[in-house]
Ligand binder design. Structure first.
Ligand SMILES: O=C(CO)COP(=O)(O)O
Length: 254
């Protein structure tokens, strides 16, 4: 973690969840303050179809609701797409942009991700901008240069500590049960902080940098102890309140 930065424990439900899942959200909302000892903020990014109900289910709790993607435009002829203002209208405070699954499945470039981040800000949402290297990039020693390129391309220069969260998600660690070594996580997060400083100056000192990729109750404690790891972006282990709250519990006393 980083002294002076309040951690964010965020869930990404991806394409999971129907009305049957609202009970898990209620349990997350009800248990979060106790689990985290009031030492962290919470966020669950649900499918757009659940957003309105999720926001209502978690209203008044320390757990905010977010979307998982938004269109770069405010409105118009974009069948099936959802604007940042629509997410905001359903109760979102955050939106994930540039998740590796969207970069891969929908061919989103850094420029598209940057445009989406700006659209999020325009609507009054915090942009959770995701970056991370593939396995091939990791093994060929390109991780840091890939992160530099992604930051330069996906994080607009108007980013602030208030409007932006950066999530480092090594693509090869997502959903695989694998995580980088702790020194590798530390190196990546320090590099991200340094690159953000080059881009936005002292404002970078307050930006939350989350780790994502197979974060689970049994590894959250060690990951969250690392310098510049200011929380997590959790996929599979955010679907059950028990697991998500166990991860929130790991911020205590860090
Ligand atoms: O992609 C992720 C969060 O955005 C991480 O997913 P897992 O926690 O399931 O590996």
């Amino acid at each position: 973690m980083t002294p002076g930065i309040r951690p964010l424990i965020a869930g990404n439900w991806k394409m999971n969840g129907t009305s049957d899942s609202l009970g898990e959200l209620q349990a997350i909302a009800a248990g979060f303050a106790d689990a985290s000892g009031n030492e962290a903020d919470g966020l669950i990014c649900v499918p757009a179809t659940l957003l309105d109900r999720a926001a209502k289910a978690m209203a008044g709790s320390p757990v905010a609701s977010g979307g998982q993607d938004c269109h770069a435009k405010e409105s118009g002829a974009h069948t099936g797409d959802i604007s940042a203002a629509m997410l905001k209208d359903c109760g979102a405070s955050h939106v994930i942009v540039g998740h590796s699954e969207r970069r891969a499945d929908h061919g989103e470039s850094d420029a598209v991700v940057a445009a989406k981040a700006k659209a999020a800000w325009q609507a009054g949402l915090v942009a959770v901008i995701c970056i991370g290297e593939t396995r091939e990039e990791r093994v060929s020693g390109k991780t840091l240069s890939v992160l530099s390129t992604q930051i330069a391309g996906s994080v607009p220069a108007e980013a602030t500590a208030a409007n932006t969260v950066v999530a480092y998600e090594p693509v090869w660690a997502i959903g695989t049960g694998l995580i980088p070594t702790l020194p590798d996580v530390e190196e990546a997060h320090a590099h991200i902080r340094a690159e953000l400083k080059r881009l936005i100056g002292a404002e970078a000192d307050g930006v939350r940098i989350l780790y994502g990729g197979s974060m689970k109750p049994d590894n959250a404690g060690e990951l969250l102890s690392i310098n510049n790891v200011d929380g997590g972006l959790i996929g599979g282990a955010s679907l059950k309140a028990k697991d998500f709250l166990a991860i929130a519990n790991a911020v205590k006393g860090k």
